[in-house]
Design a protein around this ligand. Structure first.
Ligand SMILES: Nc1ncnc2c1ncn2[C@@H]1O[C@H](COP(=O)(O)OP(=O)(O)OP(=O)(O)O)[C@@H](O)[C@H]1O
Length: 829
């Protein structure tokens, strides 16, 4: 259906229409005929050849109605709605508000206008694409109308798929403007995954229902809360965020080291002695990097847990008052240097939401055509922190508070990064207190991942702890059921028992080998070994990794913290220092090692050697204090342009490592400067710059350990056996899951003590307070719960005899009944 008007009077009226229609009017201005309004969806049949009309703009009736829910059969649409709208336009009632009023009044009578599809039609297309129908609970989430919604989704219950379907329902059935929807999740990788799934489904939906073809999902606001906050603050050119450089994690640490750590060590040392528990040791002798680690945690905590600074300043204990001073000092330095870290980005975003610009963002901006924020969808809500919780509540502050949160409180394992499960556990209470609305709650309980015996085991496991039954620890859930129908010919729950760790590792490697030799698995990447730490040290993954390698099984262990030990990394570092300090004077031992490794490649590759010699000569012959032509990063890029580094870049793993190194160099350069100056007394670049280069980068590797980057698309390369931390395996699934290093004591760690201690300073204290020991146990139980729920066909525990002997008291990994209960349920292999 096509509507058009003639003459200037009508054209003036057209200004009342949404911007994209106006644009169409403008485009047609110079044409012989006067403007066309082409309404897609309900106003034109699906077969209408819209793409054949270049220069025309298309609008939908729901854009007119601003996202009202409108559905109808074609007859109602063609015979009643369209003629009446046509009549309204011809009769001169082209005021948008009147057309809207008509549509919303009669839309409900006729069940709307068919530029939308029904939830059934949506689910049908999703089912065709996925190969499975959504279950009733999942449909309930998808079909939920308005108001807050809490989805408690156990492992493998398809929560991501359900969230994707709900987002599509808002777009296709409710016709909410994509710009009015915010979708967030915990990591960039997960955000991209959501985006891809939505885009994939949307393509099929648009092919099937051409009336949806005007939906542009590129306009969806989808990402992590950090990335969205950054984009929105820039888009709105929020004054306090203009010309501000966002520091990434590495830069923020280097910033603290350069600008704050020394001050704290000299002026505010009570902080260091009081909070030394954050470093895992209590004795003195802290390096500057130790202080950085401590301050990073404290400053983030202050911002993310919304500490009341006045209360902290007024505390009787000196350490608290000093902390308040040090924090203010840090904030001032950030401001002075025009920088912002991730925690303060959230703080700024919260302030923005209260500003007039923020109100425009939330309430809609008629000038830019941005609609009001209508729906907020949050995945992995269990990993939220209090400042993020506040942001979500502000984003959804307009009635009817369309805030959908999805997560599993039992899989909250990121307290050490500042997340707290309390946001999820108290969500309903918070909605009631704040909005006087009780959210609709849906519990997804059908598991599509694991054998029923595995599902029963981890369901029992988490409930077997009295502590987990206490109020405020976890949400109530029904027992999960497995819908996968997986049943292997081998035990779903088994354990391997070794005389000692080396014997256990050997048994494990032989068992893995036999799985493949007997054809139970086709590829080692169908399995995984999950550990708390995958460092290849004797107390962590070392014995298992060696045993696998001895069996000839290739191992994939990207989080071994061995990044700085990789030859290509050390060679680049060594070549760089060889150039910058030609005489090799005043260098710490670890840097001498780099140089030694580099000398081998410099000797072996003439082009590289030529460049190194020329550069050294330039530095030697420069005047003291002279600024050199090439800055530090230019030298790095030149080094990488010569063999062997050029060749290394053909190998994806080495290429990742070198890219990561250049990112680290860039971070260092942005904080400590890139310009190279000839030292006044030595034939090298400035001694102080060189010292900070060696200390900062060398110290960084040592303090934080650096992991290899992982290929984001490939969980584990085919042919290799993955060894992963439990954190790393979150969200993944494997046919055979081995869990090792069980039963480690759950002593409270820094984050637990900090949370318990600092709760008194929070603007909004937690609803339920726990002791550090309780928090530690809860976290460890959740960690093993995540590990156990990754298994599809078989879960195999790796235990030593000694562990089993002690296991009556070591319930943390075996459940409330200890090893006795575990042995009853698991079969010895
Ligand atoms: N209704 C369904 N019928 C069959 N399979 C389903 C259904 N819903 C989801 N699945 C499948 O279940 C598996 C688990 O889904 P998904 O990865 O979204 O789980 P999850 O809830 O995010 O798990 P976790 O919390 O453990 O990461 C996926 O392979 C998904 O395709």
């Amino acid at each position: 259906m096509l509507l058009w008007t003639r003459g200037a009077r009508k054209r003036r009226r057209a200004r009342n229409f949404p911007p994209d229609l106006q644009e169409g009017v403008q485009k047609r201005k110079g044409h012989a005929r006067d403007p066309f309004f082409v309404f897609s969806g309900g106003f034109c049949s699906p077969a209408f050849p819209r793409r054949d009309l270049p220069g025309f703009s298309f609008g939908t009736a729901s854009q007119l109605c601003q996202g009202g829910v409108l559905e109808s059969d074609g007859r109602t649409r063609d015979r009643i709605i369209i003629p009446v709208v046509f009549w309204l336009l011809v009769a001169g009632t082209t005021r948008l508000s009147e057309v809207r009023k008509f549509l919303s009044t009669f839309g409900s009578v006729f069940r709307g206008v068919a530029m939308t599809i029904s939830v059934e039609e949506l689910c049908m297309v999703l089912e065709e694409r996925n190969g499975f129908p959504l279950n009733d609970r999942q449909r309930e989430v998808v079909a939920h109308g308005s108001g807050p919604l809490l989805v408690v989704a156990g492992p493998g219950t398809g929560k991501t798929e359900t969230l994707v379907a709900r987002c599509l329902k808002l777009l296709c059935c409710d016709r909410v403007d994509p710009r009015a929807i915010i979708v967030t999740t915990f990591t960039e990788k997960a955000a991209r995954n959501l985006e891809q799934r939505i885009a994939g489904h949307m393509t099929s939906l648009q092919e099937r229902f051409p009336c949806l073809s005007d939906i542009n999902i590129n306009r969806l606001r989808i990402g992590t809360l950090h990335s969205l906050a950054n984009d929105i603050l820039q888009e709105y050119r929020y004054l306090p965020y203009r010309n501000v450089r966002l520091l990434d994690e590495v830069e923020a640490r280097m910033f603290i080291r350069r600008h704050i750590a020394y001050e704290v060590r000299t002026n505010w040392h009570e902080i260091i002695s009081h909070f030394s528990y954050l470093l895992g040791h209590t004795a003195g002798g802290f390096s500057l990097w130790d202080v950085v680690r401590m301050l990073e945690k404290l400053f983030n905590w202050i911002v993310e847990y919304r500490v009341d600074l006045h209360r902290l300043q007024g505390a009787p204990e000196g350490a608290y008052r000093q902390l308040a001073e040090a924090y203010s000092f840090y904030r001032d330095r950030l401001e002075e240097q025009g920088c912002c870290d991730f925690a303060h980005l959230q703080q700024l975003f919260l302030e923005f939401l209260d500003s007039p610009q923020g109100q425009l963002f939330l309430g809609g901006n008629s000038q830019t055509g941005d609609p009001p924020i209508a729906c907020v969808l949050v995945d992995e809500y269990q990993d939220t922190n209090p400042i993020q919780e506040e942001i979500y509540f502000r984003l959804a502050s307009a009635e009817p508070h369309n805030l959908t949160v999805v997560g599993d409180d039992d899989q909250a394992i990121y307290r050490f990064r500042g997340s707290t499960v309390e946001c999820m556990v108290r969500f309903s209470q918070r909605c009631e207190n704040r909005w006087n609305v009780r959210p609709h709650e849906v519990r997804l309980q059908e598991n599509y991942r694991s054998d029923q015996r595995i599902v029963e085991w981890y369901g029992w496991y988490i409930q077997s702890f009295n502590l987990m039954q206490q109020q405020g620890v976890r949400l109530w859930k029904p027992m999960m059921v497995s819908r996968q129908g997986i049943r292997g010919s081998y035990p779903a729950l088994g354990f391997l028992e070794g005389r000692n760790i080396n014997d256990l590792a050997q048994q494990f490697a032989t068992f893995v080998r036999s799985l493949r030799d007997q054809g139970t698995i086709e590829d080692y990447s169908q399995c995984v070994l999950l550990l708390r730490s995958t460092k290849e040290a004797s107390r962590a993954a070392g014995p298992f990794v060696s045993a696998l390698r001895d069996e000839g099984i290739p191992v994939y262990n990207p989080r071994s913290k061995a990044y700085s030990k990789q030859p290509e990394v050390r060679e680049v570092l060594g070549v760089l220092v060889t150039i910058l300090n030609p005489d090799g004077t005043d260098l710490p031992d670890h840097v001498r090692d780099w140089i030694q490794e580099a000398s081998r490649v410099i000797d072996a590759y003439p082009d590289l050697r030529g460049y190194v010699e020329r550069s050294r000569e330039r530095i030697r012959s420069a005047e003291g204090g002279e600024i050199l032509a090439e800055d530090f990063l230019e030298v790095v890029y030149r080094i990488l342009s010569f063999p062997p580094f050029l060749g290394y870049r053909q190998d994806p793993v080495r290429d990742y490592r070198l890219s990561k190194l250049t990112r680290l160099f860039e971070s260092f350069g942005s904080i400590c400067g890139r310009r190279l100056e000839r030292d006044r007394s030595q034939p090298s670049v400035s001694g102080s710059w060189l010292r900070s280069f060696c200390e900062v980068l060398g110290g960084y590797f040592e303090t934080y350990g650096v992991d290899d980057d992982e290929d984001e698309e490939v969980v584990c390369p085919r042919g290799s056996f993955p060894v992963m931390t439990i954190h790393q395996a979150k969200g993944l699934e494997f046919d055979f899951v081995f869990v090792g290093r069980l039963g480690s004591a759950c002593a409270p760690r820094g984050e637990h003590r900090l949370e318990a201690e600092m709760a008194q300073f929070r603007r909004e204290p937690p609803m339920f307070a726990f002791r550090p020991e309780e928090l530690a146990l809860q976290d460890d139980v959740r960690l093993y719960y995540v590990a156990y729920s990754r298994a599809k066909y078989a879960l195999i525990l790796l235990v030593t005899k000694d562990q089993l002997r002690r296991s009556a008291s070591e319930t943390v990994s075996f459940g409330g009944e200890g090893g006795v209960g575990m042995r009853r349920r698991f079969q010895k292999l």
